[in-house]
Write a protein that binds this ligand. Sequence first.
Ligand code: NA7
Length: 540
Amino acid sequence: MSQMTDASQVREFDAVVVGAGIAGLYQLHRLREMGLKVLAVDAASEVGGTWYWNRYPGARVDSQSYVYQYWFSDELLQEWDWSERFPAQPETERYLNYVADKFNLREDIQFNTAVKSAHWDPGSSRWLISTDQGDQLSAQYFVSCAGMLSAPVAPPFPGHGTFKGKIAHTARWPREGIDLKGKRVGVIGTGATGIQVIQTIAEQVSELKVFQRTAQYAVPMRNYAFDDAERKAWRDKYPELRETVQHSFVGFDFDLLEESYYDLSPEERLATLERIWADGSLSFWVGGFAELLDDEAVNAEITEFTRAKIRARINDPVLAEKLVPNSFGFGTARVPLENGYYDAFNRDNVELVDVSETPITGFTENGLVVDDQEYPLDVVILATGFDAGTGALSRMDIHGRDDRSLTELWRKDIRSTLGLGVHGFPNLFMVAGPLAPSTAFCNMATCLQQQVDWITDCIAYQREQGQHVIEPSAEKENWWVEHHDETANATLLMTTNSWYTGANIEGKPRRLLSYIGGVGKYREFCDEAKASHYEGYIVA
Ligand code: NA7
């Protein structure tokens, strides 16, 4: 108990789960069902995870509601009525609160509590965990459901402290909100988040300055309200949908097209692109031509199609060229959906400030400075993203066997086994860890549940066998990392700078954070590990 100061203060659990979002709630439920004594901790004051923190104006799920949900309870599927195809943050947060209440999950969640450190104690074969609230916890299993986009990053702009207005990061949006009506607002960042903010606040604020470093290819979202008949139609399809999402390329009810781009005439290609564009969802990207992601020529043609769509939306042709991406191919970074984003730039009160060549110098007391020009602002919104995949765990002080540090390991080389565990870290399980599809190439709800199920089955098997410790071997991990890299390197994604490859964080090792071999294929690897009774894992 070297990490602990007073053994009598230590609370003992079978498992400590970090996070009370989609994954954490389900993990808590599954482990409790098995009869384990579990504590979930979350830095937030309520459940929701991503949907608790990201309450910025316009925050909305861009996966269809009928697949972005839990599948484990038929009763829940019958009870919960989604109001829209793509629900806004408040509805998703309400859903997660409803789930927490329905399954009495709150009684085993400690809110307002962040894990500070977790150290593997070889003597007791347990994790010794400390929190920022002074808790000392001991658990056989340490399960991170801390999220893959939950560690926000903000550039260290000089003069930050001198600004007299308000600065808010989208992922730390205050619960009481920020009154933007009639204000002069600056938004830094035009990724999926910035796009949702900009299109939402453009008509509320007096002036909106959009500081854009890299333009994005955003696809129009076709959102609409569901009526009872539509909800019933989905409910009737749930048994089939539950299966479909688990075997598709990215965990949705659609899949990549079966036909090759090369088998179609130019007219047929265009007709297909128009058809999938009109669906108004991520299917234009990950439910389209498979060659988009690994064939430069095909990617270039689809990129041109998308650029033309963007140009057509902007009245001023000079501005249009600034909003059309020119440094990377369509689909080689996360594709945002938009709902009025490009139209916002046709408004008189919205100005694009191009910071691609001249970066933001910093804050003054009145606003932001670019190229010696001051932009007076009342509020600056940072939509500047996350330390994705590894950030949440790296920000905790996690030490495994032989005192090895996870932060140090990932600082040099981002490794994992199936994204579920890491060699050298016994009884550490990760949901949405790096090198699993859940980091970017999966409908999160599908992958999170599949991973929670795998972890639960693994723990159940261990207990049945009277085993206490499990850890992926070095060989198993090498096999996964090699397969992951081979799959990633065969695509066009590695050459685009974005959070997908860790390029948004200075010094972060480059590796595609998400497995891109397909959700169905990933599931097969996970199922094989289970069927082989965890061959390639070290058990004790
Ligand atoms: P992203 O996609 O990482 O976007 C962050 C944005 O912030 C992006 O446009 C960045 O430009 C911009 N950024 C970051 N630092 C700066 C500085 N110093 N100056 C100007 N602009 C800057 O984060 P999101 O929150 O939008 O989305 C993350 C994921 O959440 C999303 O993909 C969904 O899966 C949900 P850059 O592109 O680096 O030039």
